[in-house]
Design a protein around this ligand. Structure first.
Ligand code: ADP
Ligand code: MG
Length: 323
């Protein structure tokens, strides 16, 4: 069983960022309205996610670390409605098999919380503790028992950058949840439910963007596009900062990048890229959900329509604001 878990860990847990992603998704799935993510040393020493969600029932705590233990059943199209990968019941078993874990949790049905300490999925300690409703899971010493994987991890700063990228996007696409992100004891950002989109964008990306962004908006029968794009004068060369969500899920799309390039084409020197935060709402039947849920690439049934609508919406906003 442990061998199976270690092998499975290779699929679910490639790097610290995969752990962070799975833990945040679990917190989201547990109906949390507040999530704090803390990492130390690129997540290699510590990854801690605290939520105020449903918590885990006392009787289910150990089961949660077993493989294929899931309390969730999902339909394929739900994957695109939420950011959730949580339906395979593999994450905690896999993460647990390659780390030391301290889990503190309390379900609203339980009067007192539970603190569970595990080392490579072996119970070290299990006690009752006072705790608010919700869950704090601390994952320490990732890959301590799989030296090959431990060596495969990148420098703390690269792992931190990769984690930050995913935390940023999850915070931005889950506007109904307060997020707090702490790196090596330093507060990186706080977003609040009551913040507007642009306020959250500025809290999260304050280092990367400057104050002047242009709002975009269009709504046709088939497609709603909203968000913010950089003003032509401010446009920097960084394709990484083209952040697109489809039905709340972060995606990469060559078509959309291309549409953006053309929209800005006559306005900015070649080789430079606009910054943008674009939220697309589309009927799920218009996108191909038949791809692996962890992949961010997406297929639209009607590429042409998407490109055209992005172009129209962006172009209109640029012309109104900058020329
Ligand atoms: P999955 O998310 O695919 O169900 P996981 O291994 O990620 O599988 O988690 C196993 C189970 O543990 C979940 O189904 C859920 O019942 C419980 N769980 C994990 N994290 C949390 C959390 N933060 N809050 C409440 N329950 C959780
Ligand atoms: Mg999960």
């Amino acid at each position: 069983r442990e061998t199976a878990n270690k092998i499975a860990a290779g699929e679910v847990v490639e790097r610290p960022l995969s752990v962070v992603k799975e833990l945040i998704e679990n917190a989201i799935d547990a109906n949390s309205t507040s999530i704090t993510v803390e990492i130390v040393n690129g997540g290699k020493s510590l990854i801690r996610v605290t939520d105020n969600g449903d918590g885990i029932n006392k009787d289910d705590i150990l089961i949660a670390f077993e493989r294929h233990a899931t309390s969730k059943i999902r339909k394929a199209e739900d994957i695109y409605k939420t950011n959730s990968l949580g339906f395979r019941g593999e994450a905690l078993a896999s993460i647990g098999s390659v780390s030391n874990i301290v889990l503190v949790t309390r379900n609203s049905e339980d009067k007192i919380g539970t603190k569970l300490t595990l080392s490579a999925n072996k119970v070290v300690d299990k006690t009752n503790v006072g705790f608010n409703r919700g869950t704090t899971i601390s994952v320490m010493d990732l890959f301590f028992n799989t030296p090959a994987r431990e060596k495969f991890m990148k420098s703390s700063s690269s792992e931190t950058a990769a984690i930050s990228d995913i935390v940023n996007k999850l915070a931005l696409s889950n506007k109904n949840i307060d997020f707090k992100y702490i790196v090596d004891k330093k507060n990186m950002f706080i977003t609040k439910k009551e913040n507007s989109l642009i306020e959250s964008i500025f809290s999260i990306y304050s280092r990367e963007i400057s104050k002047n962004m242009i709002e975009i908006y269009s709504d046709t029968n088939s497609l709603k596009i909203s968000g913010y794009i950089s003003n032509v004068k401010l446009t920097k060369a960084n394709r990484k900062m083209q952040i697109v969500f489809v039905n709340g899920r972060y995606i990469k799309s060559k078509e959309i990048s291309e549409a953006l390039r053309i929209s800005y084409k006559t306005m900015i020197p070649s080789g430079r890229h606009p910054l943008c935060f674009i939220f697309i709402e589309i009927n799920p039947s218009e996108i191909d959900v038949n791809i692996h849920p962890s992949k961010t690439e997406i297929k639209f049934n009607d590429d042409g329509l998407i490109k055209q609508e992005i172009y129209k919406t962006v172009r209109k906003a640029l012309l109104e604001n900058d020329l």
